[in-house]
Design a protein around this ligand. Structure first.
Ligand SMILES: [Cu+2]
Length: 493
């Protein structure tokens, strides 16, 4: 079966010739794993460190011509010379050791690596000043940890993230070992838009209007650096699609056309399979979907229904002999050893996500269509958002201030997350995962998540066990909101 896993065809090639199938270079097949791993595209073949090996990364500027740039090369900031948005794959129980050199071209541009969604020790969480000293230009930082759970995670820097994400500085981390029944292919799809002008040069990554409202959206949509890629998958096979929203702004309504599909994990956390109607996926959210591949030559589509006109994100074409003829019955992923919150004994804490007077003024001015200049509004500080009326006062974490809450180690909590703004906010907690309890606006399944998408005026109750000691960031993952105040931290002692 492995030889049928190696193809990616782009849409134009398929339209020109239905027989056109372009092999992808750079494929790294799994070693002894039962599930062949698709190389999503040449830009991000997976790195698969053997036990004991150190993954060496270097954050640096590299001129890169992604397919979605239509022939232009842009000065991306990437972690690896051979792949944009690298994917690291390890097995459950395996330690991940990473050496990251800061080779960024700006004199004072420091970095850290945050491992999003992983419940690892606080010292490895990668937040400058909060959990470690920043890695300065020319320096190399080191991380080593053994993820306690399997799942679909990602890693990124945690300061000046708007710029860093805008230039492509993000990667995926897959912890394997949760399939009770092996899938026939495993596809990692990283959804990230690019903010480009008509000449395919970078637009500013942030704008005051974007920061004070819904974020400065990308102009070129892409999955793994390709607009509407087409993947060849084993015909009639069970395909695991790991969809990561690594865009700092985009909210999607994800669905699948042309085949059966089920959600098997949310933010990397396995759940009882949920038939996929549509799923609202905000920035930093991940969705593992198991779908039945179409028959040979037929097409299934991954679709975003969020806007009035649905957008096809990617297409999967059945390829080769049919590998299954049974009915599609998704098997739940293996259960991971999470502690379950004691909701009856839990302490209730309220967190209100609001706009500051400054942010409201900017948003109001934007409605009038005037040029948005902070100076014009006599506003000196870029503080547009707050949590419990407390805006994060610095973009680089160096000015810590008091925590939003002090949690007792081992205790259960129910957080009520209240969005009192007209914008959506994906709220992320470090080092823990939430159990979703309920929303005041919609039915939500009882799943675990580390990033909770709060819709405008929505209130969501979540539970957690404060079982990981340390100081943990708690913030919106629309990065322009994070950097203009919607960030804080909780302590667990
Ligand atoms: Cu936000």
């Amino acid at each position: 079966m492995a030889q049928s896993q190696t193809k990616l065809i782009n849409r134009r090639a398929m339209l020109l010739s239905s027989a056109a199938v372009i092999s992808v270079a750079g494929l790294r097949l799994t070693d002894s794993a039962a599930t062949p791993v698709l190389a999503p595209s040449p830009i991000n073949a997976p790195l698969r460190p053997s036990p004991g090996a150190v993954v060496s990364l270097e954050a640096a500027e590299r001129m890169t011509a992604l397919p979605c740039f239509e022939g232009k090369s842009l000065p991306l900031w990437t972690f690896d010379a051979t792949s944009v948005c690298p994917i690291i794959r390890i097995k459950r129980g395996q330690e991940l050791a990473v050496a990251i050199k800061n080779g960024l071209p700006r004199a004072d541009e420091h970095i850290t690596l945050h491992w999003h969604g992983l419940r690892i020790p606080n010292t490895q969480d990668g937040v400058a000043y909060m959990t470690q000293a920043p890695i300065m230009p020319g320096e190399t930082g080191r991380y080593a940890f053994t993820p306690p759970e399997t799942g679909t995670f990602f890693f990124h820097t945690h300061c000046n993230s708007v710029d860093h994400f805008g230039r492509g500085l993000v990667g995926a981390l897959i912890v394997e070992g949760d399939e009770a029944q092996a899938s026939d292919a495993d596809l990692v799809l990283m959804m990230k838009d690019w903010r480009l002008d008509a000449g395919k040069a970078f637009l500013p990554f942030t704008t005051d209007e974007g920061a004070a409202k819904a974020g400065s959206a990308g102009t070129v949509r892409a999955i793994n650096g390709v607009t509407n890629p087409v993947y060849a998958v084993p015909a009639s096979g069970n395909i695991r699609v790991r969809l990561l929203n690594v865009d700092p702004v985009r909210i999607s309504e994800i669905g699948v056309e042309g085949t059966d599909a089920a959600i098997i994990a949310v933010d990397g956390n396995g759940c009882a399979p949920i038939e996929l109607g549509t799923w609202r996926l905000g920035p930093a959210g991940r969705l593992d979907i198991l779908m039945r591949a179409p028959k040979s030559g037929q097409v299934a589509e991954l679709v975003d229904y969020f806007s009035a006109e649905p957008v096809v994100l990617a297409q999967l074409v059945g390829d080769g002999p049919e590998v299954r003829d049974d009915a599609f019955r998704p098997t739940p992923l293996l259960t991971m050893p999470f502690k379950v919150a004691d909701r009856r004994a839990a302490e209730h804490l309220d967190f209100t996500f609001s706009a500051t007077a400054t942010g409201s003024a900017i948003a109001a001015a934007a409605v009038g269509g005037e040029a948005l200049l902070i100076g014009k509004l006599c506003l000196s500080k870029r503080t547009f958002w707050a949590i419990n009326k407390q805006p994060w006062s610095s973009v680089d974490h160096s000015d810590l201030g008091p925590p939003l809450a002090s949690l007792k180690l081992g205790r259960s909590y129910i957080f009520e997350l209240k969005n009192v703004t007209p914008n959506a906010h994906p709220i992320h907690i470090h080092g823990h995962t939430f159990e979703i309890i309920k929303s005041n606006l919609r039915d939500l399944p009882s799943v675990r998540a580390d990033t909770i998408l709060l819709l405008p005026k929505e209130r969501i109750e979540v539970a957690l066990v404060a079982d990981n000691p340390g100081r943990w960031m708690f913030h919106c993952h629309i990065l322009e909101h994070q950097e203009t105040g919607m960030m804080g931290y909780v302590t667990v002692t």
